[in-house]
Write a protein that binds this ligand. Structure first.
Ligand code: NAD
Length: 503
């Protein structure tokens, strides 16, 4: 049991709650008002080694548990998430800062993923195929891989762990989980509920601590076969490099610089709603956030005034209050980074239309709040139109026509989400074909994924894998091809071929 009474928490290794070997700790602090959420073990490589050993030992038994039984644990987990949804939502508004409705969406996504992946326990389909030879049977089956190291960011503190751990578990792998140091308590609650759902000891372990000490040891540990990481591009590159010597499976979901295109024929009211939701929801801290808006010149002025007026009406505040539109950003460093991009944008000659400052007053000074910020007259090559800011800042870019809009949308290194507002079905289909991104929305903003579809991006957003949907199973299994020869004699493939019968 975690020591909740004293707000001091532990690692969970091999079914035991334990302190870090070195005894060091760190605090989780609310970005909303500076409250201390809890004290957590600041673990090191030795703690990771213990957890990996527990996961390696547990794998030998867990891989043999029938997949439908593994799925039943996930069904129970989904049920527990429903029962604890209100508490988790309240905790998320405090530890991570997002507003209540969005925190509810975060937890709901994990509930959906639990049921979806629980169902996979009765599917996990392979293939059967005919053989070239007589009296021979061929099939392919999915095999679990072993110990999975799951390293997550703070922006979806319940949903993202579920995208990684639930498919890993139903496929028969065991997990060592390192949550972000900004949201350790939500990671802890996730593991407590998995334990309560009935996972055997050692199947899931949590080790708290930083990317350098805990994450890096997971990445380099010889017994961790799969690393699944969601984080920034820079972290992804480092992880891939450090995992290369051991030829690990590395699954990366990285940054974005997503654009919404608005054509002259669009429903501007709908487009404005979609842009505000995508740019300022979660204070712009979504990998799919719309940090660029590419507008055809006929719609530009009208859309710009709508957006500015609406952004200025948004209420900043605590996520747990019902009338809050925009919560805090995650920490001081994020606030400073976001503001530095305001300065960069101004320096580049973009026009600051609204926002561009830290919000204070009404109790906000104890947290990290930034006003929804819109730049106009942004050139596609400016840094504010190219680099991931990860805050409530968006850049309006004026274009002449559809072709230029597609070119500008594609003219970045990332390829996560994309969107177009138009009533022209031909242009919508061309956009679906030509936008270089893992996700394309028609007449909706760039955010909001459903768990039964693949999630991830092209170009520098990742390394070709996908989270969620059936695609997630490819990350956490390896294919085995099985040939059963029941002829009773040696049949050599490609050599002992039979003549085709005459037609
Ligand atoms: P981050 O890269 O700083 O950290 C992500 C995780 O990696 C953390 O747990 C961190 O401790 C760990 N880490 C850092 N260095 C490491 C190392 N050398 N080895 C192993 N682990 C290491 O990212 P963040 O600030 O937590 O999250 C924001 C980023 O995540 C943004 O770039 C955002 O776009 C991205 N993101 C992407 C998706 C997606 O699905 N594509 C979803 C959410 C967030």
């Amino acid at each position: 049991m975690a020591l909740t009474g004293t707000k001091r928490f532990q690692n969970y290794i091999g079914g035991e709650w334990v302190d870090a070997i070195g005894g060091d700790t760190f605090e989780s602090v609310s970005p909303a008002n500076g409250d201390t959420i809890g004290i957590f073990p600041k673990s090191g490589p030795g703690d990771v080694d213990r957890a990996v050993e527990a996961a390696r030992a547990a794998f030998e038994e867990w891989r043999l548990v029938p997949a439908p039984k593994r799925g039943e644990v996930l069904f129970r987990f989904g049920q527990l998430l429903i029962e604890h949804k209100d508490d988790l939502v309240d905790l998320m508004t405090r530890e991570m800062g997002k507003v209540k409705a969005e925190a509810g969406g975060d937890v709901q996504e994990a509930i959906d993923m639990s049921y979806y992946m629980a169902g996979e326990g009765r599917r996990l389909f392979g293939q059967t195929t005919p053989s070239e030879l007589r009296d021979k049977f061929n099939m392919s089956v999915r095999m679990p891989i072993g110990v999975v190291g799951a390293i997550t960011p703070w922006n979806f503190p319940i949903a993202i762990p579920s995208w990684k751990m639930l498919p890993a578990l139903v496929c028969g792998n065991t997990v060592v989980f390192k949550p972000a140091t900004d949201t350790p308590l939500l990671g802890e609650r996730f593991v407590e509920l998995l334990d309560e759902a009935g996972l055997p000891k050692g199947v899931v372990n949590i080790v708290h601590g930083g990317g350098g000490a805990v994450g890096d040891r997971l990445v380099r540990h010889p017994d961790v076969r799969v690393i699944t990481l969601t984080g920034s591009r820079e972290t992804g590159v480092e992880v891939m490099r450090n995992a290369a010597d051991a030829l690990k499976h590395v699954h990366l979901e990285l940054g974005g610089k997503n654009a919404i295109i608005v054509l002259d024929d669009a429903d501007l009211e709908l487009a404005a709603d979609g842009i505000l939701w995508s740019a300022f929801g979660t204070s712009g801290q979504r990998c799919t956030a719309a940090s660029r808006v590419i507008v055809q010149e006929g719609a530009y002025e009208a859309l710009q005034s709508r957006l500015v007026a609406a952004a200025e009406k948004m209420r900043l505040g605590y996520g747990w209050e019902d009338d809050t539109d925009v919560g805090p950003v995650i920490n001081k460093a994020a606030l400073e980074k976001i503001h530095s991009y305001t300065e960069i944008g101004k320096g580049e000659g973009a026009r600051l239309l609204t926002g561009g400052e830290v919000a204070t007053g009404n109790g906000l000074s104890d947290g990290y709040y930034y006003r929804p910020t819109i730049f106009g007259d942004v050139a596609p090559g400016m840094r504010i139109a190219q680099e991931e800011i990860f805050g409530p800042t968006t850049a309006l870019i004026r274009v002449r026509d559809f072709d230029e809009a597609i070119r500008v949308s594609n003219g970045i290194k990332y390829g996560l989400s994309s969107s177009i507002f138009t009533r022209d079905v031909n242009k919508a289909f061309r956009a679906m074909r030509d936008l270089q991104a893992g996700i394309t929305y028609i007449n909706a903003g760039t955010i909001g994924a459903e768990v039964h579809l693949p999630f991830g991006g092209t170009k520098d957003t990742g390394n070709g894998h996908r989270e969620a949907g059936q695609a997630a199973l490819d990350v956490f299994t390896e294919w085995k091809s099985i040939y059963v020869d029941y002829s009773g004699r040696l049949q050599r493939a490609q050599i002992d071929t039979e003549e085709s019968p005459a037609p």
